[in-house]
Design a protein around this ligand. Structure first.
Ligand code: 5GP
Ligand code: ZN
Length: 141
């Protein structure tokens, strides 16, 4: 099942020590309703093991996680009648991560829900864009 952190609220949910509105479970993943949904039907999908951020999740869990996200996302859309679905994943506090056990938000979306994602601006020049891409690519070699 992977590592545990006895102070972690999601580990307590995985262990069954804190109740949750569970929607599905596999050997490595758990999915349940977010207690404070953006829209009703907002689900959290997480590895059962305690991995603090996305970057800590072992790649072996990737297949099960993606399959769970896809299956749960489809069911959430069907049940809520959503016209769209956001998959959101926050890492570290500055990015809005409140619970330090990696998790994925599946949020059903409606044309009239009034929600806005963050604003975007184009790069000021092509050189800056090329340089950042090259720097990232270099680390990935
Ligand atoms: P984060 O901000 O870390 O990406 O998201 C944490 C999410 O966990 C929040 O949306 C919050 O509402 C949800 N949450 C926090 N505590 C609990 C809990 O005890 N039970 C459930 N079901 N959700 C929780
Ligand atoms: Zn945990």
């Amino acid at each position: 099942m992977g590592p545990k952190d006895s102070d972690c609220i999601f580990c307590k949910i995985v262990e069954g020590d804190i109740p949750c509105a569970k929607v599905c479970e596999s050997e490595t993943c758990l999915a349940f309703l977010d207690i404070a949904p953006v829209n009703a039907g907002h689900v959290l999908v997480l590895p059962k093991g305690h991995y603090p951020t996305l970057m800590d999740i072992p790649k072996e869990l990737g297949g099960d996680l993606v399959e769970t996200l896809s299956r749960v996302g489809k069911a959430v859309m069907e049940v809520t009648g959503a016209e769209g679905l956001n998959l959101i994943q926050n890492n570290f506090e500055v990015a809005g991560q409140l619970v330090h056990h990696a998790h994925f938000h599946l949020i059903p979306r409606f044309s009239d829900d009034g929600l806005m994602l963050w604003p975007q601006t184009p790069y000021e020049n092509q050189d800056e864009m090329s340089r950042i891409a090259a720097d990232i690519a270099k680390l990935l070699k």
